[in-house]
Design a protein around this ligand. Structure first.
Ligand code: ZN
Length: 365
């Protein structure tokens, strides 16, 4: 089995278009045409993890964090951390791959598991993802509109949440004057035409744009179909960073913090704020979630549990919510389990491992 087949499976479950704009999930280096010998899952790529992969005959390493992250990587030399890892990978024919914000945001991904570990119910996305949808408006002769709609639905247009084949249609008439050299499906060259048409509107996932446009050109009867594509401000409420949910029973702040420590195996929690109520609504965001403090406040969370907060972040809630920093690694390390389960349950013709050598290198005394 080729590496690209493993990629195909994981990208079907956690598509790359779910990642944030700043991110670089996906292939970091390597040849996806090679046969996969084994998969090593880790949190961060390191020389230690690569050595372990080599020792266990794994030529595919899947990490949560991308190794190549910022666009400022201009040269690869083995005199810095990233260069050394890339060198080792290429010299040993390893394939490096990352599942970062696409798995953070996705259904069944990191933030869903975070919520599950805290026993939250009625879980919703804290910061629904934007720029996921576009709208097609196409004008089609009345008689052919159903046929075109069917093809567009097949191509993935017209899906809103748990509803499919959604469209809005209004009757009107179109006019056109075929010029010399044109081959009009209706009417004649040099004669103005008026046709009863339908204006069909449909929402579609932005990443399917080329397929949708191709479907219009292939199935519309006109030589020059008239259509518009609009950018939408709509959010995808099922995808995005952070989650918010409720505890089955409200808990005192101190009890909840203790509970979170046990559930997430934490050594320490840094927190701020004082509220005169029990914790019922809990917002979470694995990794560094300082950007969503306001979203958690607006959603009336009693506590927001995240990582990587700066000193001044702790003052933002002004006692309207408890703000807790559990650490970056601590709120995300279980993503390794998701990746491992996804690969090991679906592929049995090679071995998969979670790195045993990788340990949190930040210490508490
Ligand atoms: Zn992270």
């Amino acid at each position: 089995m080729k590496i690209k087949e493993v990629i195909q499976h994981i990208e079907h479950k956690f598509p790359l278009h779910w990642q944030e704009d700043f991110d670089n999930s996906g292939i970091q280096c390597g040849d996806k045409e090679r046969t996969v010998t084994g998969v090593m899952v880790c949190f961060d790529m390191s020389e230690k993890v690569l050595d372990e992969a080599i020792a266990k005959n794994c030529n595919m390493v899947i990490a949560h964090h991308p190794l190549i992250y910022r666009a400022d990587l201009k040269r690869i030399e083995p005199n810095n951390r990233i260069g050394k890892i890339l060198f080792k990978a290429i010299e040993n024919k390893l394939f490096l791959y990352s599942m970062h914000t696409n798995i953070d945001s996705g259904i069944g991904g990191g933030n869903d598991l975070f919520s599950e570990k805290l026993g939250l119910t009625d879980v919703k996305v804290l910061s629904p993802k934007k720029d996921m949808f576009k709208k097609l408006v196409v004008y089609v002769p009345f008689e052919q509109s159903n046929q075109l709609k069917e093809k567009l639905f097949e191509a993935g247009a017209g899906q809103i949440g748990k509803y499919e084949q959604c469209s809005y249609n209004v009757e009107g008439y179109g006019t056109f004057l075929p010029l010399e050299g044109s081959q009009p499906a209706i009417g004649n060259v040099g004669k103005i035409e008026e046709v009863k048409e339908e204006r069909v509107e449909m929402i579609f996932p932005a990443h399917l744009q080329s397929r949708i446009v191709k479907t219009v050109y292939t199935n519309h009867p006109y030589e020059e179909p008239a259509f518009d594509i609009f950018k939408l401000e709509n959010e995808d409420r099922s995808i995005g960073l952070g989650r918010i949910g409720v505890l089955p029973e409200p808990m005192e702040v101190a009890d909840f913090l203790q509970f979170a420590k046990e559930r997430l195996q934490l050594k320490v929690i840094k927190y701020s704020g004082k509220i005169d109520r029990k914790i019922r609504t809990v917002a979470v965001c694995g990794g560094g979630g300082s950007s969503y403090i306001k979203a958690a406040l607006q959603a009336n969370a009693d506590i927001y549990v995240t990582g990587d907060l700066k000193y001044h972040d702790f003052f933002i809630p002004e006692n309207k919510m408890i703000l807790a920093d559990i650490g970056h690694f601590e709120g995300e390390n279980f993503i390794r389990e998701i990746i491992y389960n996804e690969v090991s349950k679906n592929f049995t013709n090679f071995a998969s491992y979670i790195s045993e050598q990788e340990k949190l290198e930040i210490h508490f005394i």
